[in-house]
Each structure stands twice: as C-alpha cells, then as structure tokens.
Design a protein around this ligand. Structure first.
Ligand code: NCD
Length: 300
C-alpha cells in the first residue's frame, strides 16, 4: 500500500484489508511503544464538512507514530472563502505535508483530488460517495467481535446517502458474508453500489422491516439518516424516526447481537442499548486510532 491514494473501498483486496487489520492489532496491543516510528512525518487534514472521530483519530494516529498534524482549519477561515478552488488548495497543501486527509461534500472530490497531488491522499468522506478508512475500522471491529467469514450482517438506515455503507458493503464482498440491507424504499442502496455487489457475486437481500430478521444476524450496523444530503426537508421528515432500535427488541429477538454504528447517532440506537454486552459502537470509534496508525504506517 506504500505511497498509494486511498479513495474507495473498491480498491481493497482481501490481502490489503488483512494486512492493515493485522498491523492495527499490533498497534492496539502496544499503542505506547511505537512513538518514533514516523518521527518528523507531517499529516495535513482538510475537512470541508464537520468531523469529530475521523479528524481526531487521524490526529491521534499520526502523533502516536511520532509525527505531527497540520490542519486547514474551518473552511470559513481558509482561502476557500476567498474563492480558491479545491484543486489549488490541495496543490498548496501537498507542499506542506507527507500525506493529506480530505473530507469534502462533493461525491467524486477525492478522485478528482488525486489528479493534483502526488503525496498519498486519504478520502475521509466524499459526499454520499465513499469513506474507506471508516470501513477499515468497521472491519477491524467486526473481525474482533465475530470474525469476517461466515458472517451475517444487517446494514440499516440511510443506505442511499450513507457513504460508510457504500464502502463497507463493497469491502465485505472480499469475505464470505451474507448482507441484509434494511431501509425505507426511498433510501435503498444506490443502483451503482447494487450493481457492484452483484458483479462481485455478493449474497445480498433487501428488507423494509427489521424486527423480523434480527434473529438471523450476527451484526447489525446501524446508520444515521444523512439529513444534510436531502434536497428537501420534507423528504427527510418522511423517513426520519422510522428505524429505531431499542433494548427490548434486542432482548426479545437476539441477545447476542453485536450492534455497530459509525456515529454520530441521532435516535436510531436507543441509549438503553449502551449497557448491553453487544453494544460495540464506542469500541468501534476507539479502534479508529490503531487502524489509522496501521494505514499511515503502511502509506508513509
Ligand atoms: C460518518 C460520516 O461522516 O460519514 N461519520 C464518521 O466518519 N464516523 C457517519 C455519519 O456522519 O453519519
């Protein structure tokens, strides 16, 4: 993976994924012992959309590797507010750092960005497109909890606009996994993603009701309705609040269910679930550090 861009989960082979997850497991076991592996390395972060976990875990990761981070800061204080293009901004930033982490609201922005930069570019979310580094930490968590082969996973919520969903679904085709997609009709997986899954021979089923299949699942990956991507607020209101998982449902249908969520959650995972042994979304968020350490270690 050295000196590559990380744009889409479609580029990951099973061997790539396993190499990153194995390295991440080493880092998770000895997080304190690697402090100078990349001394002097500089990571640039350019976030054109809000972020807590992705930005902070990349910062923690590069610092734990002995490097440092430079951040573009809020868009309104950058030259973008003077009308600078994304291409120009990135051409400048590439001269300051050894790798760039980019989050941008436009789908395809990360692919476009690779035309302008030679240092590794990591796509931290391009609109409703892809979020491949999130996928690596999702896979890491699934592997730790239940394993990636012989897996039956439900992926629920906003499958249309959810970039973490698109990346995860594509990466899972490298494993022996049955995928159940649960959403309202209007938020089904985009046709392009369904096409890719079909091409990969993925075992896929789609559902509108979720309680009925809870008992079949090893993992339920819940996502937030991506309100900011809806062209129309009424369309959002029509689907918000439809899929709410609560503790009683889990206790009734599947006590062993592992519940994951890329976070932030709104109302789709009730706080009462947090105390169940299968609630792993905070561990999942924490796994962002060793996984991003592994990825940066391999790219730099
Ligand atoms: C996700 C994102 O930004 O796509 N957040 C994250 O990186 N953990 C999910 C979301 O915003 O719903």
């Amino acid at each position: 993976m050295r000196h590559e861009h990380v744009i889409s989960a479609k580029q990951f082979t099973r061997a790539d994924i396993e190499a990153v997850l194995d390295r991440a497991a080493d880092f998770a076991a000895n997080q304190q012992d690697v402090a100078d592996a990349h001394e002097g390395a500089l990571l640039a972060t350019a976030f054109f959309e809000p972020s807590t976990r992705t930005k902070m875990s990349f910062e923690a990761a590069i610092k734990r590797l002995g490097g440092d981070v430079i951040d573009m800061g809020p868009v309104e204080f950058s030259s973008v507010s003077k009308g600078e293009t994304l291409a120009d901004t990135l051409r400048v930033i590439e001269g300051y750092a050894d790798a760039i982490v980019l989050r941008h609201p436009m789908e395809g922005s990360a692919t476009m960005a690779t035309e302008y930069v030679d240092v590794p570019l990591l796509n931290a979310g391009d609109g409703a497109g892809q979020h491949p580094t999130q996928t690596l930490l999702d896979l890491f968590t699934i592997r730790e909890e239940v394993g990636l082969d012989d897996l039956t996973i439900g992926i629920m919520g906003d499958l249309k606009y959810g970039r973490t969903v698109h990346s995860l679904a594509q990466a899972l085709t490298n494993f022996d996994t049955a995928q159940h997609f649960i959403s309202p009709e209007s938020l089904r997986l985009p046709r392009s993603v369904r096409y890719d899954l079909h091409e990969q021979g993925a075992k896929v089923r789609e559902h509108e009701d979720f309680e009925a299949i809870l008992s079949e699942l090893d993992v339920l990956y819940v996502t937030r309705i991506q309100r900011e991507r809806f062209p129309d607020e009424d369309e959002y209101k029509a689907v918000s609040g439809q899929y709410q998982l609560d503790k009683e449902m889990i206790l009734e249908h599947n006590e062993d269910l592992t519940v994951l969520h890329p976070l932030p959650r709104v109302d789709e995972v009730a706080p009462g679930i947090d105390s169940l042994p299968g609630a792993k979304y905070f561990e999942q968020a924490h796994n962002g550090v060793p996984v991003r350490m592994a990825l940066l270690d391999m790219l730099l």
